[in-house]
Design a protein around this ligand. Structure first.
Ligand code: ME8
Length: 713
């Protein structure tokens, strides 16, 4: 039997997942479902990357051990994957891989030993001990070269990571090095011989030019005294493995490389090589380092590395926990159905390119494509079968006489034109889908929806039903619509497993959609006489204004419930909601950042009434103090002309001493929902300009005297 293995990245256990993580899982899940439909034995991996300084620091911030930190994040991941139907119980992943598993330690140690014994293509030792001197970003878990960071204003300051905008760590210590510099030709040869090894093409070109630019040897260990939370280097307990060496190896240890347990349960020989689905942010690790490690260890290369684009916030910045601009999963799942989210992700993001997320857009797509599109086609077809055919799928056959009568009534009865159209679109759908063109594939499917909708509207079954002579014509129209729905339910199953199952069962069919290959569909497979099931709406229309108001009013419940604020789980995320953000984006941005404002026009402009929703007030800082263990936060009390001064937390402690602020007149957002930060309630936000590369906050103030509480408009 043919096998197939697909993976997502394993996500850092330092913070909770967001839309970006969900997206990769949805893509991998849809691919896995399509392969299963084709009768291919498929194994789908996702999981968590649990070692390294990143996790150690998050654990420390949250007063947990690293293991507790990982367990906490994993339990949320599992809850979330279940809620989104991505876990094993819902036909999703086959393993939730964790790098803290004992079997992984065994496997990764085996890979290390093999690399340690290996010679490079240029005949030198693949691994050697040396000294590393340079900058490291804990959030990226990557060493940074000069072009990858922003130089500091003063030489006493560390540089800032271009990706995460967090400070880099200086590292100067003994380290094992992987002799990556000897693998350039071998890697270029690999990309040449296997043009689809890295996809899409633009990414392949990027990787090739990176390698052509020259590779530096890679530090692959840290001293245990610096990073103790990691896999020990075999035979040298003073070192722990570099977290990317450890993490990448999960893809093979999970299925049995170097360990008996997984080999027996799953089988490395059976499933390797894998198709790796990754975000373009981690392409280099997968398309350069990983193949080089595998070459050294003598292990077969992955099937391919396919990189998707990034979800961006409305200002065009990558959505990331560290930047604090994410779409939270529990907010998403509270307001939208799983299938609507899956459809939106696959339809909206042209695979490989970046996409901007907006809740309004998601509502629009749900209403237009799902409620008015597929959902409406399904319910109108089935309702008419119920009404005109006593709930049984009618026969699609039409006699010569019936054809003449239909022609006279102006109804097109050429079945081949519909079936041909549907079959062609199905072929195109499969072709695009198999090449990761999910958005184009879905356009094809919605072409079918439009075509059949038109057939119904042109034929007007409600009129045909009035004339017994046109009975056959009516039946033929309804049969064609129902048969098309059957095809759509099979084709769209990998994208919308729940709604398609619902359509299938409303059609009165009982086969398992996860086992029907759309390529094998033949027209006419829907038996006439089939008793249809209960007709229920699939995608209720969403009230845009109401939903937007609800979303704006909601906040992620998990963290409130667990007594933990998102910021606590994130490196460098001390600055959130009620703080001036040293991040270069609008100070009003919150984690509802990606919410489009009501009445927003396509050009990003807002109405004056939108601006009027924000209550900006003059405030006077009465007191300011530091908060223990939160080195970025200041606790301010600010008089905004109300009975009691407001308590406001601001992420400006690195730039302003408390005493500088007392007596200052500032601008306060007075109608922001209160949020808890480090156990303190913040009852507003102060405004500041964000200056320079580093986004240094400079507090907005007044040149003239103004009374406290005066409104800004
Ligand atoms: O990099 N848009 O983990 P990570 C789209 N542990 N996808 C996004 C995204 C966004 N804005 N943000 C995150 C790591 N992702 C390593 C991986 S693998 C051996 C080790 C998705 O938690 C996307 O798949 O930072 C991206 O590559 C991944 O999450 C990064 O997850």
């Amino acid at each position: 039997m043919k096998t197939f293995y697909v993976t997502t990245p394993i996500y850092y256990a330092n913070s909770l997942p967001h839309l970006g993580h969900l997206y990769t899982m949805i893509v991998a899940d849809a691919i896995a479902r399509q392969k299963r439909q084709q009768g291919i034995e498929t194994f789908f991996l996702t999981g968590t990357d649990e070692h390294g300084i990143n996790i150690e620091r998050a654990a420390k911030r949250n007063h947990r051990t690293p293991q507790e930190q990982s367990d906490y994040v994993v339990s949320y991941f599992k809850q979330m994957t279940a809620a989104f139907g991505l876990d094993t119980a819902h036909g999703g992943y086959d393993i939730f891989m964790r790098t803290t598993e004992t079997f992984h330690y065994e496997g990764v140690s085996e890979l290390w030993r093999r690399v340690a014994r290996a010679k490079t293509p240029k005949g030198r030792d693949a691994l050697y001990k040396g000294h590393y001197e340079g900058w490291f970003c804990a959030a990226c878990a990557a060493y940074k070269t000069e072009d990858e960071y922003v130089k500091p204003a003063s030489p006493d300051e560390p540089p800032t990571c271009l990706v995460h905008e967090t400070k880099l760590d200086r590292i100067s210590e003994e380290s094992y090095f992987f002799r990556l510099s000897d693998y350039d030709e071998a890697l270029l040869g690999l990309y040449e011989v296997r043009p689809d090894f890295v996809q899409p093409d633009a990414r392949r070109n990027e990787v090739r030019s990176f390698v052509r630019g020259g590779l530096q040897d890679l530090s692959v260990s840290r001293l245990k005294s610096s990073v103790s939370w990691g896999v020990p280097v075999p035979d040298d307990p003073n070192h722990t493995m570099y977290v990317w060496f450890d993490a990448l190896t999960n893809y093979i240890t999970a299925i049995g490389f170097g360990n008996e347990r997984q080999e027996r349960a799953i089988g490395f020989e059976k499933f390797w090589p894998a198709l790796h689905i990754v975000g373009k942010d981690i392409l280099r690790f997968h398309a350069v380092y990983w193949p080089a490690f595998l070459m050294a260890a003598g292990v077969e290369q992955p099937r391919a590395i396919v990189a998707h684009g990034m979800w961006l916030d409305r200002t065009g910045r990558k959505m990331s926990k560290t930047l604090g601009n994410t779409i939270e999963l529990d907010v998403l799942s509270r307001h939208f159905s799983v299938d609507a989210i899956r459809y939106f992700c696959l339809r909206e993001m042209v695979f490989g390119q970046d996409g901007r997320f907006g809740y309004e857009h998601l509502i629009d797509r749900t209403n237009s494509d799902l409620a008015s599109g597929l959902g409406n086609l399904s319910s109108r077809t089935l309702t008419m079968i119920q009404r005109y055919c006593e709930g049984r799928v009618p026969s699609g056959n039409i006699s010569e006489e019936g054809r003449l009568l239909a022609k006279r009534a102006g109804v097109d009865t050429d079945e081949a034109s519909i079936s041909g159209f549907v079959a062609h679109a199905r072929d195109e759908f499969i072709r695009y889908f198999s090449n990761f063109g999910f958005s184009r594939a879905l356009e094809e499917a919605w072409g079918i929806v439009a075509r059949v909708d038109k057939m119904i509207s042109d034929a007007k079954p409600w009129d045909l039903a009035k004339d017994p002579a046109l009975r056959q014509t009516l039946n033929a129209v309804l049969y064609r619509a129902a048969e098309t729905l059957r095809w759509l339910s099979v084709m769209l199953y990998p994208v919308m497993p729940n709604a398609t199952r619902e359509i299938h069962s409303q059609l009165g069919l009982t086969e398992d959609l996860s086992k029907i290959d759309p390529a094998t569909l033949t027209w006419g497979g829907l038996p006439d006489g089939t008793q249809i099931g209960d007709v229920k709406g699939l995608f209720p229309r969403m009230d845009k204004t109401k939903t937007m108001d609800e979303i704006k009013g909601s906040s992620p419940t998990v963290r409130e419930g667990s007594g933990e604020h998102a910021a606590d789980a994130v490196p460098g995320a001390d600055a959130t909601v009620s703080e001036a953000r040293p991040s270069g984006r609008a100070p009003l941005a919150t984690d509802a950042d990606a919410l489009p404002v009501k009445n927003e026009t396509g050009d990003g402009l807002i109405e004056i009434t939108d601006f009027a929703r924000i209550d900006l007030r003059v405030g006077e800082v009465r007191s300011a103090e530091r908060i223990p263990k939160a080195d970025k936060l200041l606790l301010l009390t600010v008089d905004i002309g109300e009975e009691k001064p407001r308590q406001i937390l601001a992420g400006i402690a690195q730039y302003y001493a408390p005493e500088q602020l007392v007596g200052r007149k500032i601008v306060v957002v007075a109608n922001l929902k209160p949020r808890k930060l480090r156990g303190h309630e913040s009852q507003g936000m102060l405004l500041a300009a964000s200056v320079g590369e580093e986004g240094k906050p400079v507090i907005a103030t007044f040149a003239e005297d103004v009374p406290n509480g005066a409104r800004l408009k």
